[in-house]
Write a protein that binds this ligand. Structure first.
Ligand SMILES: Cc1ncc(COP(=O)(O)O)c(C=O)c1O
Length: 465
């Protein structure tokens, strides 16, 4: 089937990202734009339009206006997702040779920035939820231990990165973590790819954006947690710790020289939807609908896990001995497509479109899966990853990545140094990064993970030859 034919079909329930739900949740003005003559909106950086790094024109005005309304100093729209803006942020925060402290559940884009920016990632461990196999959030005491241990490494730490909320919608007490980082006089970049809509501050019981607590840089993926088109994103900056000149220079390094006006218009309209009253009203009602959806499932004994994001529903398949990856395939056969299939769970993203009436079908499918899988049940309790509280790769990431390599079977890789990332996607969290040594504990754990993600983790690894 051709790509065009595939894109034209629309017969499934979309509980995956982008969050606009195949157009249903796009802001009205953007929908109207897309209904005009095909391609009329596909313009270059004309004088009156400008671009994210140009001081004049509609985009400069729009960025100024968004930053003002959100209450921060500056913002830049992005056309290469949160990926591009996280990478630019890291290059702005640290020079080659410096180190950046980041959690083990960091997105691969930040490790890639370390590769090409010559930065050293100091990776710190995070709490682990063994009943479902997820990285969890941590508190200030945890972070204080991390700082103590990181100082022993005697690296020149330039910044800290936090990921909040997580893909599954867990959220930490971000205020106390930011305070701790600032007490060390370091800037903090928060990867809020999954939390753009938190800037709306719709209800006191929902988490707040790290922007409200003085985070220096925050990146939002506007297609993951706002109603933007795929690739739309925004970087917000505030305070005096990071020079905007360094940010712009780093964006310029990675951004295409022809950013799409359509994507930039989508950034503008997605942000407006989050901060203007009409969009907020819609969002409140979607959140209420999502909460009734979850309540219905819970009342019908579908095993859901608690999180802080009502728009993300975590089905705890391993509670019944079932792999989320297998359960996902069953849901897809019944034309409900989830977002994040993992060994212990399947996360559904309700996003910015309505799914009224779907809950009965959902319960029916789950009960069918449960019945048909009863005889194959295996109990899952997941092994904690064998990570040190803090660790740096034993050889510089970029050096290892560029080294000559050979391919060896995972079981024969003990003592070797990886040249690549091992990284199931989604969620895009590396289990191994270039430069890390494959000790026995890591190899045993990777072999176990391969059993859970057979299609995502190969049985070989490329190592420095
Ligand atoms: C935590 C996190 N950060 C960043 C990204 C990258 O987002 P984007 O797809 O907008 O580049 C992802 C994507 O999965 C993610 O999960």
């Amino acid at each position: 089937m051709s790509l065009i034919t595939l894109l034209s079909g629309n017969s499934s329930e979309n509980l995956f990202l982008p969050a606009h739900g195949r157009g249903k949740g796009l802001p009205e003005k953007l929908r109207n734009l897309l209904k005009l003559k095909p391609g009329i909106w596909d313009l270059p950086e004309l004088f009156e339009i400008g671009g994210p790094l140009i001081d004049e024109g509609a985009i400069a005005e729009s960025q100024k206006c968004s930053a003002y309304k959100v209450g921060v100093d500056r913002c830049w729209y992005g056309v290469n997702g949160a990926t591009g803006l996280l990478q630019s942020s890291l290059l702005a925060l640290a020079r080659p040779g410096q180190a950046v402290l980041m959690p083990r559940n960091i997105h691969k884009s930040c490790i890639q920035a370390c590769l090409f920016g010559g930065l050293t990632p100091i990776l710190f461990d995070v709490p682990f939820l063994s009943d479902r196999g997820h990285a969890s959030v941590f508190d200030r005491t945890w972070l204080q231990t991390v700082f103590c241990k990181a100082k022993e490494l005697e690296e020149d730490i330039a910044a800290v990165v936090l990921v909040n909320p997580t893909y599954q919608g867990y959220s930490a007490d971000i205020e106390s973590l930011i305070k701790e980082i600032h007490s060390h006089s370091l800037p903090v970049l928060v990867d809020e790819a999954h939390g753009a809509y938190l800037i709306s501050e719709l209800r006191p019981d929902l988490p707040k954006s790290a922007l409200s607590f003085g985070a220096d840089l925050v990146v939002h993926s506007l297609h993951k947690s706002a109603p933007g088109l795929v690739q739309s994103a925004v970087l917000w900056s505030q305070g005096g710790k990071v020079d905007p000149f360094r940010i712009e220079r780093s964006i310029e390094l990675l951004q295409t020289s022809s950013p799409s006006s359509l994507l930039l218009a989508s950034c503008e309209s997605a942000i407006k939807e989050l901060i203007e009253s009409q969009g907020q009203k819609k969002l409140i009602s979607l959140i209420e609908e999502a909460e009734s959806f979850s309540d219905f499932l819970i009342n019908h004994e579908v095993p859901l896990l608690d999180n802080s994001d009502p728009l993300r529903i975590i089905l705890h398949s391993s509670k019944f001995g079932l792999s989320g990856i297998e359960v996902d395939k069953q849901f897809i056969k019944k034309r409900i497509i989830g977002e994040l299939a993992e060994p212990g769970t399947l996360t559904f993203c309700l996003g910015f479109s309505s799914h009224k009436g779907l809950e009965k079908k959902f319960v029916r499918i789950w009960n069918e899966i449960l019945k048909s899988s009863f005889s194959q049940q295996k109990f899952y309790l997941f092994t904690r990853p064998p990570f040190e509280i803090v660790a740096t790769p034993s050889r510089p990431c970029s050096f290892s990545w560029g080294s000559n390599f050979e391919k060896v079977n995972l079981k024969d890789s003990i003592g070797r140094i990886s040249v690549e990332m091992v990284c199931p996607y989604p969620p895009g969290i590396p289990l191994l990064i270039p430069g890390e040594i494959l000790d026995k504990a890591r190899v045993d754990w990777l072999i176990e993970q391969r059993g859970f993600w057979p299609e995502q983790i190969p049985d070989f690894v490329r190592v420095v030859s």
